[in-house]
Design a protein around this ligand. Structure first.
Ligand code: FES
Length: 96
């Protein structure tokens, strides 16, 4: 699946976060899920039960397919968390 930025998105300020320990530039208005989808990170996470690859689906807090560890807190819904400068994001693989 391909994503493209909405008109005017280039004018939004950039911030730096870390994704799996690596520095990463992102738009300040993005959510964590926006960042991972825009960066083309796959798999986004792995299921705790079967290990199957998962990715954000609803983008509104209903499906829980966007779980990541944010600033050391596992099972955070990436679609509901706006990025913040210095935020540490780690993908999850299996149980938290
Ligand atoms: S994408 Fe469905 S809860 Fe986040």
């Amino acid at each position: 699946m391909a994503f493209r930025l909405a008109a005017g998105a280039d004018a939004q300020p950039m911030i730096e976060v870390t994704l799996d320990g690596a520095p990463c530039q992102a738009r300040a208005t993005w959510t964590v899920a926006d960042l991972l989808l825009a960066a083309g990170v796959t798999p986004y996470r792995r299921s705790a039960v079967s290990g199957a690859a998962r990715a954000p689906f609803c983008m509104m807090g209903s499906c829980f397919d966007c779980l990541v560890t944010i600033d050391g807190v596992p099972d955070s819904q990436g679609c509901l968390r706006r990025l913040a400068p210095g935020m540490r994001i780690e993908r999850q693989a299996g149980p938290a």
